[in-house]
Design a protein around this ligand. Sequence first.
Ligand code: XMP
Length: 507
Amino acid sequence: MHEKIVILDFGSQTTQLIGRRVRELDTYCEIIPYNKFPKKDTTIKGVILSGSPFSVYDENAFKIDLNEIRGKYPILGICYGAQFMAYTNGGKVESAGTREYGRAHLTSFCKDNVLFKGVRENTQVWMSHGDTITAVPDNFKKIASTDKVEIAAYQLEGEQVWGVQFHPEVFHSEDGTQILKNFVVDVCGCKQDWSPGSFIESTVAELKAQLGDDKVVLALSGGVDSSVAAVLLNRAIGKNLTCIFVDHGLLRKNEFKNVLDDYECLGLNVIGVDARAKFFAELAGVTEPERKRKIIGKGFIDVFDEEAHKIKDVKWLAQGTIYPDCIESLSITGTVIKSHHNVGGLPEKMNLKLCEPLRLLFKDEVRRVGRELGMPDHLISRHPFPGPGLGVRILGDITPEKVNILQEADDIFIQGLRDWNLYDKVWQAGVILLPVQSVGVMGDERTYERAVALRAVASTDGMTADWVHLPYEFLGKISNDIINKVKGVNRVTYDISSKPPATIEWE
Ligand code: XMP
């Protein structure tokens, strides 16, 4: 078992970010609901208390018994975490009147305090709080101030306990990573030996022990997560892993063949299932977006289930679930929203044991592991692609002809992004086939054909997104190419909506 930092989650939006920052310090950490501290875990080197949407004096505020951790581990409280420790020890926390949100500077701080080692004078920090600590108990020592906040950080005298009002995990806190490093490495003594290589080594050993000679099935999607999970499992159990890749007819142009070839090159034992006819038949005439999604989702499960049961004695279902899918996030009411799975509904239906070798990794770590496993870059750096595929990008009913048109237009756009060196600068891109026809002129002929929309967004997690300011020349070239080369399209538009309020996919 690896040494770890525990991050107790009091519901802040930046809790995951704390986790990412600690991981970036090559240190393993786990985000755990505030009230589920793993008391018996002997690998814990330190504890971070996150922020929270609550005030400490809110009736429903999340509270813990600090005695469970105080004196046993070094503690760093961030924002609410700092306020909570001050308040429960007799300090004063008051509403600041207006919420302070944005940049501030540490106008003074104790340079000899280990938490501030290497921190620059007047360094910028990010504030986001409605409450302020206005007085601390006698044994709390103020160690930093900003021009607006007198007690911006404190340490408990003679104890390994700190509190900071600002958010070191946020990018805008210039020396935030240094501060976290001081805590994680200097105070907690973490060795910074969590790396893709060490992850692969320990995970392969664990998978071997867990799975023995058992047979495992895994649904490949062509996406990064399921592909990396497959390669990792392949390294552990070889041919006892069977991967199933379903063609529902809504993949990108040539994607089924290209991805299958890639998988075979990687030595995976993979079955490609051509189920296009089934999906097209079930989707015929269906226009309602949610209904389309349900049909595609259920069809996928049925096909996968049927194929998986052709393999004798399968005991495990493996999935590429990653850490953000698993973290039990706290809603403001205190209810824990349970983890969800990549391929919704599969585990329930199949009655197999679940194996999720990437469940501890963030997306960028999955990519690093994939590279370390020797996977080709075009598989690793692929844009996300939705499970229902082009089905959510054809507005209205789905027919094979429409899929063909969209595949051609999409291929021109994606290939263009690659040729212009724009592909890696965009988080996700695709084309949407609109249920609209418009008048145009080609040669001397009047045309009355379809319109498509191009979509390209910047994002870090898909939760929020902004449209990308692609060069006009590029958009012009793509528009020309699509109209000239794709029969049935005579108009190209560019989607300039952000999420929210729009979404990335149109359906
Ligand atoms: P939206 O459209 O909700 O999409 O802004 C956010 C991200 O999720 C992807 N997406 C899906 N992925 N199954 C998936 O595996 C789905 O049903 C699905 N719907 C949307 C979308 O492509 C974007 O990356």
